[in-house]
Design a binder for this molecule. Sequence first.
Ligand SMILES: [Mg+2]
Length: 113
Amino acid sequence: MAHTEYKMISLPKLNNLQPGLESTCLKLMEEAGELAQLIGKFRGLNGEEITMDKQSLVENITGELLDVAQVAVSMMFVLEDEYGVDIEDKIQTHISKLIKKGYIKGKGVESSD
Ligand SMILES: [Mg+2]
């Protein structure tokens, strides 16, 4: 039986600003752009000479990916706080969708043998 691996991440609700759907969506695009830019650099896609060493690039890519995750989480808080969305419930719906589409085989329950 295939084992499904999960990545648990816990990111904070930012308390120094008043985000909305538009601002978090724009910020998400901005952070996704920063991530894409770094990967372009990593792959040398822009034709520039790569001046950063590979390890630093990978660390910066990871940092940008976490920025994307942080903004996604911030947008989830907006959906909960402003629009009454139950994110936990939507996560279950999302997992069910992944199972239905064949991306994962189940909820990660391993057989006891
Ligand atoms: Mg960033």
